[in-house]
Design a protein around this ligand. Structure first.
Ligand SMILES: NC(=O)C1=CN([C@@H]2O[C@H](COP(=O)(O)OP(=O)(O)OC[C@H]3O[C@@H](n4cnc5c(N)ncnc54)[C@H](O)[C@@H]3O)[C@@H](O)[C@H]2O)C=CC1
Ligand SMILES: O=C(O)[C@@H]1CCC=N1
Length: 273
């Protein structure tokens, strides 16, 4: 069976980013089904031409593939009542939830399902998302091609195996836009102290991040060498990098990413079934 319709259980931040990215990449809105328990979240999707419903059973009935996008802590209570209709419909299941293992999802939905765990991030909104994907043993090549098509339309993806690597993807990509927003905020504060307006700082810092990111993706040059090329001997950048090293930037980043990774493992243990 070819997959045409894509349903979402939960229409919050991550679904909003994926759906808007998919629409911008040419996905037909009439093939997207959005389900949220609160109707207020659905109005914007209805305006975009998507099918909306507050009834998750209806979403299952309409969907060839189903994205699970509620908070991890809610997943079990949301999925248990859907088991019967999912077993009848047999959609490809795509979960975006942090921490929840494929085995738990399969168990709650009655077992035997093709499940792809994904760890996307919110830059999907601007088709610049980064997604890690893990497929369970029931996933076919056709399922994989469908998932790749989706996530290639909203950025770049990488398959990972074993499943535990999704914790690493969460630390390196799923949560990581927030690190860069926080870094940009710190830079903006100092730029404004040094005299730039908020707008000047936002544009110059944002464009610099974009340019650096494009250079990382478009060349194979080692990151250390890219950094060195900006540092003229006895120049300005060298002083800034020396300051970062004096504050042990590697340790600061390692501590934050380890905290993220360990929280993902902790949630996985807490919520597994
Ligand atoms: N926000 C992010 O940057 C990322 C989030 N994720 C994952 O995506 C999932 C969703 O996260 P967000 O979108 O940030 O959360 P959110 O809270 O913005 O969205 C979840 C939505 O689900 C709805 N919901 C709750 N119970 C429901 C039910 N029974 N039926 C239908 N809808 C229901 C809520 O009303 C809410 O609108 C989480 O599992 C999270 O781990 C993954 C990667 C990145
Ligand atoms: O903070 C979280 O738990 C989710 C998962 C990755 C990004 N946001």
């Amino acid at each position: 069976m070819s997959i045409k319709t894509l349903g979402f259980i939960g229409a919050g931040n991550m679904t909003g980013a994926i759906v808007k990215g998919l629409l911008a990449s040419g996905f037909a809105p009439a093939n997207l089904i959005l389900c949220n328990r609160t109707p207020a979240k659905l109005a914007a999707f209805a305006d975009l031409g998507c099918i909306v419903t507050t009834d998750a059973q209806e979403a299952v009935a309409l969907s060839d593939a189903l994205v699970l996008a509620v908070k991890p802590q809610l997943m079990k209570s949301v999925l248990l009542p859907l088991a019967e209709s999912v077993q009848q419909r047999q959609p490809l299941i795509l979960s975006v939830a942090a921490a929840i293992g494929e085995a738990s999802i399969n168990h709650w939905l009655g077992g035997g399902l093709a499940i792809i765990r994904t760890m996307p991030n919110t830059p999907a909104l601007v088709q610049a998302g980064a997604t890690g994907l893990f497929a369970n043993g029931r996933v076919t090549e056709a399922h994989k091609e469908f998932a790749q098509g989706l996530f290639a339309g909203i950025g770049q993806y990488r398959w990972v195996d074993p499943e535990a690597l999704i914790h690493s993807v969460t630390a390196a990509a799923g949560s990581a836009p927030a690190y860069f927003f926080r870094f940009a905020q710190a830079m903006s504060r100092t730029a404004q102290v040094q005299g730039l307006s908020e707008d000047q700082a936002r544009v110059l810092i944002g464009q610099t991040m974009l340019g650096a990111a494009k250079m990382i993706l478009e060349t194979d040059e080692p990151l250390e060498q890219m950094c060195q090329k900006v540092c003229s001997p006895k120049g300005t950048t060298e002083r800034a990098i020396q300051s970062f090293e004096a504050s042990d930037i590697d340790l600061i980043v390692a501590k934050a990413m380890t905290a993220c990774f360990e929280r993902s493992q902790e949630l996985a243990e807490l919520l597994a079934d």
